[in-house]
Design a protein around this ligand. Structure first.
Ligand SMILES: [Zn+2]
Length: 343
């Protein structure tokens, strides 16, 4: 009896202290989805996708048509002052070895981009958290894939502009349109998924899916002196990167890309990659890089979780790897960055 009581009290006290400690060190309690929801809406084969997901195409005419709703219903609070500049990484408290893998899903007006299923399937198989910055038009052309990413608790989704507009070249009205249309498209998919989840009897699980995109990534990393204020007023911190993960991917082997990333990474790093099947080596890079980062003690978190782990490191102007190295895109993509490369 005595032994039983002692065990009982130890258990109660352990739970108490675990609870207190867990509260103090907890990662942001935001949830990004629900396994119950994900598996109630899709079979494993549907989540795994098929080779047709990799397909890309050029449209007969550039598509600038708006989403069914052009204004989001959700409004976000102003971004706090410390986070109003361009965020390249976080300086985690205690130099904790955490980092964020991020994948952009860019789609310009004249193109249909892809979905690199092998990357997502690998992340799911290993339980690796990641953040996807989705173009609004990409979400409209890939509604089911977008909803799967939204529903998956491993993944956070952020805003990557409607047609990949270059914000350095756009006025405020144009920037707001790129961002608002994307926010609205996300909400439309959320509402569609909610109706579907209710039919399947898992409507309550939708409470675990964020009702709004809460981060933005600047296309090409380009901004001007007004961009930060506009996006801060829309409630969206600008999340860029500290490692351009696919740097010189055409000239480098996968092994060289792995080494490039390992040399650049540090606690609080944000790695930029793409999952739109445009870069051709990312699906080979990720399964080699992730185990090497794990072996070095890194833990993968979503960007919002990373932001809760320490102060942000910011820059005034975005860039790929070195300040100024993205200015050339201002002359390269027509239609204020929304069209294809000008040959
Ligand atoms: Zn992009």
């Amino acid at each position: 009896m005595f032994a039983f009581r002692s065990t009982f009290f130890i258990l109660v006290f352990s739970l108490f202290f675990l609870g207190a400690n867990g509260g103090k060190n907890a990662i942001a309690s935001d949830s990004f989805g629900s396994q119950t929801l994900l598996h109630a809406l899709w079979f494993d084969e549907q989540l795994a996708g098929s080779d047709s997901d990799l397909a890309r195409a050029t449209l007969p005419e550039p598509d600038f048509s708006p989403p069914l709703r052009t204004q989001p219903l959700h409004f976000l609070p102003q971004v706090q002052p410390a986070r109003q500049q361009i965020i390249t990484r976080v300086a985690p408290d205690g130099d904790r070895k955490v980092m964020a893998l991020t994948f952009d899903l860019c789609e310009r007006a004249p193109h249909l981009a892809g979905y690199q299923k092998d990357i997502i399937n690998y992340l799911r198989s290993q339980g690796v958290k990641a953040t996807f910055f989705a173009g609004g038009k990409w979400m409209r052309t890939h509604p089911e894939k977008a909803m799967q990413l939204m529903a998956d608790p491993l993944f956070e989704v952020g805003n990557h502009a409607w047609t990949h507009g270059n914000f350095a070249l756009m006025d405020e009205t144009e920037v707001r349109k790129q961002v608002d249309w994307t926010q609205a498209q996300y909400e439309l998919l959320y509402e569609e998924m909610q109706a579907w989840a209710e039919k399947r009897g898992v409507g309550r699980e939708m409470g675990k899916v964020p009702p709004s995109l809460r981060l933005v990534r600047l296309p090409y990393g380009r901004n001007n002196e007004d961009t930060g204020d506009i996006l801060a007023s829309m409630g969206l911190p600008m999340i860029q990167w500290s490692v351009e993960g696919e740097r010189d991917e055409l000239e480098r082997t996968v092994d060289q890309l792995v080494q490039w990333n390992l040399d650049k990474v540090q606690p609080g790093a944000i790695i930029l990659m793409h999952a739109n099947a445009v870069p051709q080596k990312t699906h080979l890079l990720v399964p080699q890089l992730v185990p090497q980062l794990k072996a070095r003690g890194y833990e993968f978190v979503t960007v919002s979780e990373l932001l809760a782990m320490g102060p942000v490191v910011t820059v005034i102007d975005g860039y790929f790897d070195q300040p100024g190295d993205n200015l050339y895109v201002d002359d390269l993509f027509g239609g204020k960055g929304t069209l294809g490369p000008i040959k």
